[in-house]
Design a binder for this molecule. Structure first.
Ligand code: HEM
Ligand SMILES: [Fe+2]
Length: 337
């Protein structure tokens, strides 16, 4: 990343601040992940849990969120959907609230690990604040759809429609998966009953795949698009992949993991967490049926992944190009400085 960014950084043009944020986030991601290596076989559970949550939380809710915001803002400036100054302002603003809420917000994983009460209070307040940037991002995703539509002709013809759709999906899942489902399990009184139940899996899957999975797919398509400019892509496989992956993820959660989580939460309040997690509870016929309901969403999702794989393969073999629709010179071009 460093090697690729140095030439651009040296120019010191208006993109300088955005690029610097991008580089810092790229350095912070592996650095904060490496905390996961600080514990070993003989560490106590308390130590291991501390560093595990350090990775889970600071990594995904802190630096990776900053990275995602910067990279999407940056690409949108290149596509002329956002101006550099307003993108930079938005990035700085959300970074400040992400990190000020997110760093102290780590304590929302340590409410009941034997820490003093004030840690519980700090964690509850600051992790509550994390929802603010996510709501803003939700609005922004909607703005992006509108902007993309306004620029429809140039961009759509240029073939950036599907990468942009994946970026909009990032905003959607950030709002739903991280924001709504994250907040659902976030207050101390909620987590007291539901820690480690399927409600956590609801949040974890929708936030982790929804945000970073979709981001990875969007970035991959963006790069593939820029690698072979001038040739039009077939739309159908991308459209199928996009919708089955997104709807599949939603159905997986709505038809299976969420109902299981809610039933578990009920059992936990009525009887206790030990019961909600026990095999007596989890192996009841209703819960078995709900678990099997994952088939529907998961199959759709897997199908979408295969179609996308087939499409990417077709960029090598040629079957993903739309021969009739080749683009005129300049239409696909991202303006380079
Ligand atoms: C894109 C952003 C986010 C991602 C990718 C993400 C991902 C995850 C994952 C994978 C877990 C499960 C970790 C494990 O059990 O080892 C988790 C747990 C948790 N997340 Fe998030 N998260 C995000 C944002 C948020 C936000 C914004 C909140 C609340 C304001 C939140 C609140 C929680 C809580 C309270 C838990 C602990 C659940 C438990 O202990 O059972 N997360 N998150
Ligand atoms: Fe967290």
């Amino acid at each position: 990343m460093w090697r690729a960014l140095v030439p651009a950084l040296k120019k010191r043009d208006e993109s300088h601040s955005l690029l610097l944020m991008f580089l810092l986030a790229s350095i912070a991601i592996p650095t904060f992940y490496s905390a996961g290596l600080f514990y070993g076989q003989r560490s106590t559970l308390v130590t291991a849990e501390y560093w595990r949550w350090w990775v889970v939380h600071l990594w995904v809710e802190g630096f990776f969120e900053v990275f995602a915001t910067v990279v999407i803002a940056f690409l949108f400036t290149r596509l002329k959907m956002l101006s550099v100054p307003s993108a930079t302002r938005a990035v700085m603003f959300s970074t400040v609230i992400y990190l000020s809420g997110g760093i102290i917000g780590t304590f929302h994983h340590l409410y009941f690990t034997g820490v003093p009460d004030y840690v519980l209070a700090l964690g509850a307040v600051f992790s509550g604040l994390e929802v603010v940037p996510l709501v803003l991002i939700g609005f922004e995703a909607w703005e992006n759809v509108r902007m993309a539509r306004a620029r429809e002709k140039r961009l759509w013809v240029g073939g950036y429609k599907w990468p942009i759709y994946f970026f909009v999906a990032v905003g959607f899942w950030n709002f739903v998966g991280a924001g709504l489902f994250g907040f659902l399990i976030n207050p101390p009184i909620a987590l007291y009953y539901v820690q480690g139940l399927n409600t956590t899996a609801v949040h974890a899957h929708t936030a982790l795949f929804g945000v970073y999975g979709m981001l990875a797919l969007g970035l991959m398509l963006f790069c593939l698009r820029a690698l072979r400019p001038g040739t039009a892509w077939k739309e159908m496989p991308l459209s199928i992949a996009f919708w089955t992956i997104n709807v599949g993820l939603a159905l997986m959660v709505l038809l299976s993991v969420l109902p299981v989580g809610l039933l578990q939460a009920w059992a936990s309040v009525e009887v206790g967490t030990w019961y909600a997690r026990s095999s007596e509870f989890m192996q009841q016929p209703l819960l078995n049926h709900l678990r099997w309901m994952r088939m529907i969403g998961d199959t759709m999702f897997a199908f979408g992944a295969l179609v996308l794989g087939w499409f990417v393969l077709g960029l090598i073999t040629g079957h993903s190009f739309d021969k009739a629709g080749s683009l005129a010179e300049g239409e696909w071009e991202i303006k380079r400085k």
